[in-house]
Design a protein around this ligand. Sequence first.
Ligand SMILES: Cc1cc2nc3c(=O)[nH]c(=O)nc-3n(C[C@H](O)[C@H](O)[C@H](O)COP(=O)(O)OP(=O)(O)OC[C@H]3O[C@@H](n4cnc5c(N)ncnc54)[C@H](O)[C@@H]3O)c2cc1C
Length: 457
Amino acid sequence: MVAAESLQQAMTLLAREPGAWLPIAGGTDVMVLYGAGMLRARKLVSIWNLRELRGITETPAELVIGAGCTYTDLRREPVIAREFPLLAHAASWTGGIANQNRGTLGGNIANASPAADSLPALLAYDAELALASVRGERRVAYRDFHLGYKKTAMVADELIRAIYLPRKYSGYFSYARKVGARQAQAIAKVAAAGLGLMVDGVMRDVRIALGSVAPVPVRLRKLEAALNGKTSDAISAEELRRLVAEEIAPIADIRSTAEYRGAVAGNLVAEFVAQLCASEANQPRTEVNDLLARWNTLEREEAAREILPCCGARAWADGMVRRRPFGGVGELLEAAREVWHGLTAADWMEAFRSHPRIGESRPAGAATAKSRQWSSEEQRRVSASAEEVKGALAEGNRSYEQRFGRIFIVCATGKSPSEILQILRRRLQNDEAAEMREAANEQEEITQIRLRKWLGE
Ligand SMILES: Cc1cc2nc3c(=O)[nH]c(=O)nc-3n(C[C@H](O)[C@H](O)[C@H](O)COP(=O)(O)OP(=O)(O)OC[C@H]3O[C@@H](n4cnc5c(N)ncnc54)[C@H](O)[C@@H]3O)c2cc1C
């Protein structure tokens, strides 16, 4: 076995003798095969220590997970728990602690078992993989990667370098279940990952992925199409089970019979749909709430004044007023995003200036009393933090303002002061265009949270 010192060295070995070398990351699958005498005599190249394969980075649009990240790495990362709970669940129930410290996401994908725990989550989130070789890098949608039982689209000289997840599911209802002999330390008999939105009592963008019910993990595309646009009462649990059975091809093996797998898959999907339909109570309510109904009828100037503190940019408030009346809170939240992204950079700057610096209480520009009150609530954890962290944040704010000429904007709700400090330091490395986008996305989230507060949702 050779321990590669760089990704380039590993890729060069794979390219020099295609098929002769087998990459080994954590070794939790490879060593089992080796122990069972089933590893075809090949040379091993260890990619375990490669820096290029580790680390989780955020861009405004995507989360990038190095293929060498372990389940422990995934479990420790707050952005995964917050935005990709299906993957966080899968990481938590993969093997035991030792396995989680060693097993990698890239290894789980490349090993291509239909029962692998992380794969339904990757399908549901429309993950993409970066496949690297000495010939260059290509990006492949995960749905096109897994071609058949233990067969993938990766060719002999390629490695999985990273996994890309689009950051657009934070408002979705999510459902993750693994049915096995036990929850952990057992291979799944059936695993399910479900995502979806309820908007005004109607299902939207439903995504259902199942593992262990076909030679590859599957998305139930026909069922998804049948559910999208429907209300909760439009389709019975019995009909759901029938539609699931049409789209899967479970096998019988030592762990389970095909009938059992089929029945469990139907039950899990029925449970997901029932919970999705009931989830609206926990999401922004979309029936016209009393405050919104009243706001819909206010005179223009008054309506703009009332909604302005949610964002801070006058052009945004005017844009929202022009779009009235809103039929529900969901509609209002969607419009808020659209109007925000249609504004000029000068409007964005006006919104940014309505916030105090992180760790301070006075905004640089104009702000209403309501906006100041919300800012102080949003920054409560920062205000209560140790002087040392506050000092580091003040220093970071100064560097940021010197570099970008405006205040640092971050959605502080739910973030610890040290997390904010980490984000600030990372964003100091951005170029101007990327940073402006990131700041705008943070403001968008702040606005969404404030709109819900304003309407008492
Ligand atoms: C006790 C035990 C319990 C387990 N429980 C579970 C479980 O509950 N759920 C589950 O899904 N799995 C489970 N597994 C399987 C295994 O831990 C996972 O599949 C793990 O993610 C494999 O990662 P690894 O880094 O150890 O892969 P390795 O064993 O190093 O490699 C596996 C395969 O992937 C290839 N590979 C690895 N990294 C790359 C890369 N970056 N690019 C290209 N190819 C690569 C290797 O060449 C090899 O073919 C368990 C295994 C054990 C031993």
